[in-house]
Write a protein that binds this ligand. Structure first.
Ligand code: PMP
Length: 391
């Protein structure tokens, strides 16, 4: 050994090369990367304050404003996965003692409620039955009753496969002096989200679903109303890393000269720029249509093999993520394992749907009829083998 006695030797496992199998990621995310995104990940690193990199950040901002359909100045990416977007949004919008109304349609409302509690806020919940969406009537009544500072709604509830309609929600919030915060992690690019037209005050999303980039950046945007509230805070934002005005300065959203805030994950910013460019070139409407058509195709193929969607009301199904009722007497985990052994990922339930559904994702490049056929075929074959064994 060439290691001196005072140096602990490396474990042999770290001496070999990295091995990564290629899988078809038809679960709730991450989805498969776009090939063009994979290529830009290998581009040379730049410094996080270099002119060329700052130019790329400006491209990303423009791409995000298009993706969210907003003119908001404070539109940028936070380093971290979707949860980083959630933490950034809640930490900046909320002050201790204030109330957040959480529309709970699945696990994401629970997550936000937990976070609000950690930050010293008060949580009020509007509970919605799993697999359903909140109606505007229910929503209005809840907002009027509890007069919250912030209202949280998840647009693409990935634990149940529901797309929550948002028409009128922003106006109800504003009439009652509340800000509307929307989680669009699983819905951005597969469900229309016109941030400005819907009067939404804060949206966060992530890179690893429809965008087809690796996880590691969360995109956020704050409205002028949100900025007003943040400017008049009585307490400081309890995080430096997630402070929206610090981030906004680094992202060049104010007229001040940019200051170093943190070292951006350079390669992930390239990846996000590439994904946004692909969506802009495809066109947002075409991207939405492709996801809608692929979801309809998936429903019809599932029906052919005797499987039923968990969300009964077709108009509120999330196009990027389909929840499927488990047939009776089938060990759902065994089926997932059988598909995984062929390199195809589908998932079981999450939160309120644990043990009740399978989840098939059709995000980004996986909104593709061939990939859907391959997945449903594998699911059909797996179901036949378990049934045969039972006979
Ligand atoms: N919100 C929704 C709707 C999600 O689907 C997810 C990821 N499954 C998240 C938030 C959290 O994102 P991440 O896992 O990237 O932190």
């Amino acid at each position: 050994s060439n290691h001196s006695s005072s140096t602990m030797p490396p474990a042999t496992r770290i001496l070999g090369p990295l091995k990564v199998p290629s899988k078809l990621l038809m679960g709730p995310g991450p989805s498969n990367m776009r090939e063009s995104v994979r290529i830009v990940l290998g581009a040379p690193l730049l410094g996080h304050m270099h002119t060329e990199f700052i130019n790329i950040m400006d491209d990303v901002k423009a791409g995000l404003q298009y993706l969210f359909q907003t003119n908001n100045e404070l539109t940028f990416a936070v380093s971290g996965s979707g949860h980083a977007g959630m933490e950034c949004a809640v930490m900046n919008l909320l002050e201790p003692g204030e109330t957040v109304l959480v529309v709970q349609t699945g696990i994401w409302g629970q997550r936000v409620a937990d976070l609000v509690d950690r930050l010293g806020g008060r949580v009020q919940t509007l509970n919605v039955e799993a697999g359903k969406a909140a109606t505007l009537e229910m929503f209005s009544k809840a907002v009027e009753d509890c007069k919250p500072a912030v209202v949280f709604v998840c647009q693409g509830e990935s634990s149940t496969g529901v797309a929550q309609p948002l028409e009128g929600f922003g106006d109800v919030c504003h009439k009652n002096g509340a800000l509307l915060l929307v989680d669009a992690v699983a819905s951005i690019g597969c469900v229309p989200l016109q941030m400005d037209a819907l009067n939404i005050d804060c949206v966060y999303a992530a890179t690893q679903k429809v965008l087809g980039a690796p996880p590691g950046l969360a995109m956020v945007s704050f409205s002028e109303c949100a900025v007003q509230k943040m400017r008049t805070r009585k307490t400081r934002v309890p995080s430096f890393y997630f402070d929206a005005f610090e981030l906004a300065n680094y992202w060049g959203c104010s007229n001040e000269p940019r200051r170093y805030h943190h070292t951006a994950p350079i390669s992930l910013v390239y990846a996000l720029r590439e994904a946004l460019s692909e969506i802009a070139n495809e066109g947002l409407e075409q991207c939405l249509l492709r996801h809608r058509q692929c979801a309809d195709f998936l429903y019809s193929k599932l029906e052919e093999i005797g499987l039923k969607p968990y969300v009964k009301e077709k108009s509120i199904r999330l196009p990027g993520l389909t929840t499927i009722e488990l047939p009776p007497n089938v060990e759902f985990k065994l089926i997932i394992d059988k598909l995984m052994s062929q390199g195809i990922e589908i998932a079981g339930g999450l939160g309120p749907t644990v043990g009740k559904v399978w989840r098939i994702g059709t995000f980004g490049v996986n909104a593709d009829k061939e990939k859907i056929l391959k997945t449903v075929h594998a699911l059909d074959e797996a179901l036949k083998t378990v049934h045969n064994k039972d006979v």
